[in-house]
Design a binder for this molecule. Structure first.
Ligand code: ATP
Ligand code: MG
Length: 498
């Protein structure tokens, strides 16, 4: 019998995914894991469980992982699997010893409830991705780009959706002047952006924008034992706004690409990124967006990032993107309609032929947890398609409890860095000042707020200067005390003279 734990240590240069009926292990070489992949299958057929298995294997090999936890069930990876469960029994049936294990997890949540918040600025998101979030057409997108250009020219950096709204109001007011300088913008375009902005805010989009800024390299961490941290994004609430979800993940990928240096050929990826419910990114996607994703996926590989799309059918992914995905795990597809049958045909054609396997017939007949699989081999060529049982995860399959989750969140090493809020107005000033400092510009003075020195004219000269970075209270107390001393002295003098 194969010991899963020992076997895993021995095979650190590859991750074990499935086993054929004849007992052959199908494994993905870590050096090829940045050549991306695809996990497909109808609902309930085992996609998330396969994702969990892969995430665990990557983590055990020291590779950090990012995955969106769409239904909350992936959180189980943080708890030890049950040795008495049917999954463990299945492991035994495959002639392998089940070794239960819990994995190091960092929870993230845009809304800040079920994990640390991830925040950025409207400025950093940029007009293209923001336009996609706001579901703008080409003309409206043009108006938004002008707004961004104007802000950049005026060194006026926008943090939140509220800041953006002010900028839109200002654009509306000065539309004619702006049109002369930057090209024609219609009032109707601005009005649509304003309307869609409101809709985005209602869906909770505002949570993404604020301070402190998210540092993407915080996704690339290993624990003290050398295992890769599995970053899980709570995505259940986020899924209520599918465009926000899809564009947010795309932004994360864009940031990874922007920030990470060229890595060349690595023995293992720096990060593996699972993009669950990937169809949301591509449904009604304009040509430019598909091209952008195709380019990003192609280039991010050389930064050492492997991207794995998870969706129901390969037909959900545009061909140009599909061509970039080296490894495929195909769970059962239930084909009832002629459209479904076309999907099956397309899925079957995506595999390298194996004479012993009738792929088209198998795809519809696979049981839960079974899959057709082809991975890139050491030389980068897709292996012939094989039918396998996906090896069960070592962590718990299914969600952890709210209490367990809270305990993991409290213990997070990144808590101090991210788990705090600045009042919104203050956050925008802190952000704008940081951006201006970075460009060698003087900081903005926020009007309406107390500034050091504002009360100087009222303070007698014998009162010492407020220390550097005084709090408003300290300074007011100083003023008050000196006032009282002066009034006391005056009364005493009057009394003496009198
Ligand atoms: N490899 C496996 N071995 C044993 N049981 C499995 C395996 N994969 C999945 N299962 C069983 O099937 C159930 C559903 O699997 P899973 O949640 O992974 O499906 P899914 O394809 O992600 O579904 P959905 O599309 O609804 O999210 C699991 O809870 C588990 O009980
Ligand atoms: Mg699932």
């Amino acid at each position: 019998m194969l010991d899963e734990g020992r076997n895993r240590r021995r095979s650190r240069m590859q991750i074990d995914i499935g086993q054929t009926k004849s007992g052959k292990t199908i494994a993905l070489p870590l050096a090829r894991a940045n050549r991306h992949g695809l996990i497909t299958g109808s609902t309930g057929m085992g996609k998330t469980t396969s994702l969990q298995r892969m995430a665990e294997e990557f983590s055990a090999a020291g590779v950090p992982v990012f995955a969106a936890d769409v239904k909350g069930d992936l959180s189980g990876v943080a708890a030890t699997g049950d040795a008495e469960s049917p999954l463990a029994a299945r492991c035994g049936a495959l002639g392998r010893q089940f070794t239960a294990s819990a994995f190091p997890v960092q929870f993230w949540d845009l809304f800040g409830h079920d994990g640390l918040p991830i925040r950025t600025s409207v400025h950093a998101m940029g007009p293209e991705l923001l336009g996609r979030m706001l579901r703008l057409n080409e003309t409206q997108q043009g108006a938004l780009s002008v707004l961004f250009k104007r802000c950049e020219d005026n060194a006026d950096f926008k943090l939140t959706l509220d800041d953006l709204r002010w900028a839109l109001d200002d654009l509306m007011e000065n539309r004619e002047d702006v049109s002369k300088r930057y090209g024609h913008i219609t009032a109707a375009s601005i009005a649509t952006i304003q309307r869609n902005l409101l809709a985005l805010e209602v869906q909770g989009g505002g949570h993404l924008f604020g301070e402190p800024p998210f540092d993407i390299t915080d996704l690339i961490r290993t624990g003290p034992d050398g295992r890769g941290i599995i970053n899980l994004l709570a995505a259940d609430q986020l899924m209520e706004c599918p465009k926000l979800y899809a564009v947010f993940l795309l932004w994360l990928l864009t940031e990874l690409f922007r920030v990470l240096p060229e890595a060349g050929d690595l023995d293992k990826p720096k990060l593996v990124f699972f993009f669950d419910e990937a169809h949301l990114l591509f449904t009604d996607a304009p040509k430019e967006l598909v091209q952008q994703v195709e380019r990003l996926v192609r280039l991010v590989r050389s930064k050492g990032v492997g991207v794995y799309f998870v969706t129901q059918s390969p037909a959900d992914i545009p061909d140009t993107v599909l061509a970039q995905l080296g490894s495929r795990i195909q769970h059962a597809l239930r084909a009832y309609t002629p459209k479904d049958q076309r999907m099956v045909k397309a899925a079957a054609q995506a595999f390298r032929e194996n004479r012993g396997i009738d792929v088209k017939a198998e795809i519809t007949a696979l049981a839960v947890g079974e899959a057709l699989i082809s991975v890139l081999d050491e030389t980068g060529i897709p292996t012939k398609v094989e039918k396998v049982d996906i090896l069960p995860p070592a962590g718990q399959v299914g969600p952890i409890s709210a209490i367990e989750r809270r305990a993991i969140m409290e213990a997070s090493a990144l808590r101090k860095k991210y788990a705090y809020d600045l009042p919104e107005g203050e956050a925008s000033t802190v952000f704008a000042n940081r951006m201006r400092r970075d460009r060698g510009l003087p900081e903005v003075v926020k009007t309406g707020d107390w500034q050091p020195g504002d009360f100087r004219q009222f303070v007698p000269s014998f009162v010492p200067e407020a220390p550097a970075g005084p709090s408003r209270l300290d300074h007011l107390t100083g003023v008050l005390v000196s006032g009282l001393i002066a009034a006391g002295g005056l009364t005493y003098l009057t009394w003496l003279v009198g």
